[in-house]
Design a protein around this ligand. Structure first.
Ligand code: NIG
Ligand code: FE
Length: 412
């Protein structure tokens, strides 16, 4: 592969330096005007002002990429998705528009359990095929790394089938996939009142297979009123940690159960959703370095109050923003929608939103040493926007500005 040099980027956003970025650091995006990036193979070799970088290299040895008039950013990291599933739940969306709530639909047999049925019915090939289309769609929005969860099987074979689908896609698709085991995503009617028994089954029968075959790095649980309690979540996460999983938690989405505090207590890498996180929960996350992963498109689609991202940043948390793409609460993977909601409704600056979608997203999937910023030694995952400044991201509201995507040093 010939070496490449990107020159004259109107704005080069590096997001370089400490990772993750907490509190005020989230505004420091390392913006360089008239920026340049040297790429050797799949790796970033140098960054700086075009003038300075050109002095250090012999341009004849390089493929030159002129980025005049463009904004150049690290590839986006969508650090929370459920993109492997069978069927859809368009009917539920229309019920919600008429006033039904997400939890009431779930309690009468719809919701996650409806997707479990469809995912059990789908073949591995079908899951790979829909997964491939969804990854293509993510790539068009500039996503170069995605986290994907199981959780629509709730039994051994289907949970593994979802993870196998992601493993196959990891081998064939340019997007990197970080996988999470989310066996405790919902309670099937036959386990109502016997949640602990279900967890024990997951821990003894499914998780060893997941570990043995290296099918997931993270373990996650839906800690929620009428789903898995704090006590059950503590038990599951503690066992998962002993087995070598890194931890995530769906926390304080509909009710303030104390999921954020639990995340701090058991050492989760991230706590996600957090619409109802309390002041104590926010402080606990800030103190213990749990990344607060916010999913504003979910709050938007459910017509719920947004998580208090402003307070989280002001209190010193590292905030990531992700899509939560799933068939129920949030059937969208739109990065421009996330950026607009982050800036307009959550009162984050565009700089903070960019940090949340890049380096902090990378940290939320444990990849902050490899990706999430444009700096020497990192993978050349780089996106080009067709406008000259980051300010077009919220301003050209809801529009996909991504013109070109480079993954591991190659345009894809
Ligand atoms: O993160 N809240 C729980 N899990 C998903 C929704 C999954 C679904 O509705 O299918 C979420 O929003
Ligand atoms: Fe989720």
């Amino acid at each position: 592969m010939r070496k490449k040099i990107i020159i004259h980027a109107s704005e080069l956003v590096t997001c370089a330096g400490k990772a993750p970025k907490c509190g005020r650091e989230m505004s420091e995006i390392g913006l360089i005007r008239d920026g340049a990036v040297v790429i050797d193979g799949d790796t970033i070799a140098e960054t700086g002002k075009t003038e300075d970088v050109l002095k250090k290299v012999n341009p004849k040895e390089y493929d030159i990429i002129d980025a005049s008039g463009k904004t150049v950013l690290p590839g986006f990291v969508d650090s929370h998705t459920h993109f492997i599933f069978g069927g859809d739940r368009a009917d539920e969306f229309s019920w919600r528009l008429k006033g039904d709530s997400y939890m009431s639909i779930m309690e009468r047999g719809g919701g996650i359990n409806a997707t479990v049925t469809k995912t059990r019915e789908a073949s591995l090939e079908e899951l790979v095929s829909v997964g491939r289309e969804r990854l293509d769609q993510m790539l068009r929005f500039g996503v170069t790394t995605v986290e994907g969860k199981s959780g629509y099987g709730l039994d051994r074979d289907t949970e593994l089938k979802q993870l196998y689908a992601m493993r196959q896609l990891q081998r064939e698709h340019p997007i990197d996939i970080v996988t999470t085991f989310l066996g405790p995503h919902s309670v099937l009617p036959e386990y109502k009142g016997r949640e602990r028994e279900f967890l024990e089954k997951m821990i003894s029968e499914v998780m060893p297979a997941v570990r043995e075959e290296h099918l997931a790095e993270f373990a996650d649980i839906f800690c929620e009123k009428n789903v898995f309690s704090i006590e059950d979540s503590r038990y599951y996460l503690t066992e998962a940690k002993k087995m070598g999983f890194r931890l995530k938690i769906h926390a304080d989405e509909m009710a303030p159960l104390g999921g954020a505090e639990l995340a701090a207590e058991v050492g989760c890498v991230s706590a996600d959703h957090l619409l109802q996180a309390t002041g104590e929960g926010i402080q606990a996350m800030a103190k213990s370095g749990v990344i607060s992963t916010l999913l504003p498109a979910t709050a938007f689609c459910l017509k719920e109050e947004f998580a208090n991202g402003r307070k989280m940043i002001d209190e010193g948390c590292a905030v990531a923003i992700a899509s939560d793409w799933n068939p129920g609460s949030c059937f969208t993977n739109s990065i421009p929608l996330l950026a607009a909601l982050g800036c307009i409704y959550m009162n984050l600056s565009i700089e903070e939103v960019i940090t949340a979608l890049t380096i902090n997203g990378a940290a939320a999937v444990g990849r902050e040493e490899q990706i999430g910023s444009i700096e020497k030694g990192k993978k050349a995952d780089i996106i080009f926007l067709r406008f000259p400044s980051i300010h077009f991201i919220p301003y050209h509201t809801g529009i996909n500005l991504v013109e070109k995507v480079m993954k591991n040093g190659e345009f894809v």
